[in-house]
Design a binder for this molecule. Structure first.
Ligand code: ZN
Length: 136
């Protein structure tokens, strides 16, 4: 099953390609700055909140407008978390692995999630100590 041309330097210690075979996908190419790391950590923390608030109402993840593709990419919560952790450990984003065949109705933007979380927070703050039984 090896269709690549035979390397004439194969086994030769002077092989100019030696060491290029395995570029090491996990090697940190361009580590995040401290500020970038902090941003990612905040995103991860926000993500926990959004998932806790939104998944009970049927939201499966977030949709992100991709600057490269100019298309929306849909990410499940787990995928988003995995991507952010990957970014933390490798310094590189992994944005082009969106969910398979997503249903757009089940995904919201970061802005929507943030607004929703803020709204819930306000509601909780306002109704603190308020003991009404709401049936909706
Ligand atoms: Zn993309």
């Amino acid at each position: 099953m090896h269709d690549e041309p035979i390397d004439p330097f194969n086994g030769d210690p002077a092989d100019p390609a030696a060491g290029l075979d395995d570029p090491g996908d996990d090697a940190p190419l361009d580590p995040l700055t401290e500020v970038e790391r902090q941003d990612v950590l905040e995103d991860l923390a926000d993500l926990e909140i959004y998932q806790a608030l939104l998944s009970p109402i049927g939201v499966r993840g977030l949709v992100i407008e991709c600057e490269d593709c100019r298309e929306p990419h849909y990410f499940d919560w787990d995928l988003l978390r995995g991507n952010l952790r990957h970014l933390l450990s490798s310094g590189r984003p992994r944005v082009h692995e969106p969910a398979y065949d997503p249903d757009p109705d089940h995904y919201v933007t970061w802005d929507y999630a943030r607004g929703y979380a803020d709204g819930v927070h306000d509601t909780l703050t306002e109704s603190a100590g308020d003991d009404t039984d709401s049936d909706d």
